[in-house]
Design a protein around this ligand. Structure first.
Ligand code: SF4
Length: 441
């Protein structure tokens, strides 16, 4: 165990709690919200709003056994081409709902693996986005990439079309873990991908790593965190593997017997944090790390950090349009998600039907709760409201995870790994027994 590390508090580590990348969480989405509701919300947005776009590419070359994303493995490139026709039509249709005078300041390509696109396909999407939206010259344009698919040609096309940040999925660099998760990508391959991106001019590089994977140990987590720091990642996300084989059937390929237990997961998380801290990274929220000169660290220091579906972000937009299958859009009034199945999504778009399948309206009270939860998760403190259930907080305060200072709830250093547990006590809608979220650690 690391000296002076926070204590492992098993009752909290094993609680299932939302990730709070949205509020209300996506588990509250229902099919009563569609295009009509979303268009009503969009009409209420002020002229000249800043906009964020999310583009979902639901394809990968092969399935990683730990995957929790909306993705598929296409057997032929035709399937991707048909999907892109629908995505193109969706962009043209829904750009019409953007407020007059709005400007796009953030674009994020996620998946799946956007590197499944050919260079010309990526270029076509960017050209269409620039035709349909006003994109600011300093917009952040970020792309999630699988290091195994990062070619020089694609890097050049992405850079030519304004991509200025890339996120490489690494997870763990030991060959045994990589075999067990069906994602073999030695360190040299990850390094080569980062080098190609930088050579093309995409200099801001994020890397993702995980703990809690099969055959992972504290030593392997330290080795991976050290390697990512040596490769010069600007930001590193450290996510705990959520093993939910009853929900994600391919996860059955991961033998339960090889998974670390709850206290090992906790030690792995702490080991990653200590390694990255020693390597000069600032801790951001509860699972991100950034070099002190990275905009994420600067936003955290200034108190302007936000949270969105990708985790912690500098994106300050209140308006998000999600394009592509399973993509979520957000307005202050609520969330709406497109049809998750790529084939059904494409059929809906191409036939002129409603491509939005589900969502949730957000009351002004829920919006206020969302703001307070974001305060807690991004700044580790928030104002207490008269309606808060202070009794529910009492055990966490007694355990030293939080304290009340002049009507404000403040998370202690011990409580930071458990900030989602603390947030859950302020969430009036949450039933902790629900087994639809991931464990806190
Ligand atoms: S590359 Fe990413 S999205 Fe694709 S299967 Fe692996 S984890 Fe899932």
């Amino acid at each position: 165990m690391i000296e002076n590390a926070p204590r492992f508090l098993v009752q909290y580590a094993l609680e299932t709690v939302p990730r709070y990348t949205s509020y209300p969480p996506a588990t509250g989405f229902h099919d009563g919200v569609g295009l009509q509701t979303w268009s009503d919300w969009m009409r209420r947005q002020p002229t000249g709003s800043n906009l964020s776009l999310y583009i979902h590419i639901p394809f990968c070359k092969s399935m990683c056994w730990y995957c929790g994303c909306h993705t598929t493995i296409p057997n032929r490139h035709d399937r991707i081409a048909r999907y892109l026709d629908a995505l193109d039509a969706d962009i043209r249709r829904r750009a019409g709902y953007a407020p007059v005078g709005s400007r796009v300041t953030c674009i994020h390509f996620g998946g799946g693996s956007p590197d499944m696109l050919e260079s010309a396909e990526f270029a076509h999407i960017m050209t269409r986005l620039r035709e349909q939206f006003t994109i600011t010259s300093d917009a952040e344009i970020a792309v999630e990439l699988d290091p195994r698919g990062v070619t020089t040609e694609l890097c050049t096309a992405m850079a030519d079309h304004g991509v200025n940040r890339a996120s490489l999925g690494v997870q763990d660099l030991s060959s045994e873990v990589q075999l067990l998760i069906n994602r073999v990508q030695p360190r040299a391959m990850v390094e080569a991908a980062a080098d190609r991106l930088r050579a093309a001019g995409i200099r801001a590089i994020n890397m993702d790593m995980m703990y809690g994977l099969p055959a992972q140990s504290r030593e392997r987590v330290i080795a991976t965190a050290t390697a990512l720091a040596e490769m010069g990642a600007d930001r590193i996300s450290v996510f705990g593997y959520a093993h939910v084989p009853w929900f994600k059937k391919h996860q059955r390929a991961i033998p339960d017997s090889r998974l670390p237990g709850a206290s090992e997961r906790f030690e792995q998380m702490l080991a990653a944090a200590a390694t990255l801290g020693d390597a000069g990274y600032d801790a951001i929220g509860f699972d991100h790390y950034a070099r002190p000169d990275d905009p994420l660290a600067i936003a955290a220091a200034k108190g302007t950090l936000r949270r969105n579906f990708q985790g912690y972000t500098t994106d300050s937009c209140d308006l998000l349009i999600g394009l592509g299958a399973s993509a979520i859009s957000e307005t202050p009034q609520g969330y709406v998600q497109t049809i998750a199945d790529p084939v059904r999504y494409a059929e809906a778009v191409m036939s002129g039907a409603d491509m939005l399948a589900r969502g949730v309206e957000r009351s002004p009270t829920e919006f206020a709760t969302a703001t307070r939860l974001a305060d807690l998760l991004c700044r580790f403190e928030t104002e207490l409201a008269p309606t808060d259930n202070v009794d529910a907080l009492a055990p966490l305060i007694a355990d030293g995870l939080a304290q009340i200072e002049s009507e404000r709830l403040v998370v202690t250093a011990l409580g930071r790994p458990y900030v989602r547990n603390i947030a859950a006590r302020l969430d009036p809608a949450l039933r902790l027994a629900e087994n639809r979220h991931s464990t806190a650690v």
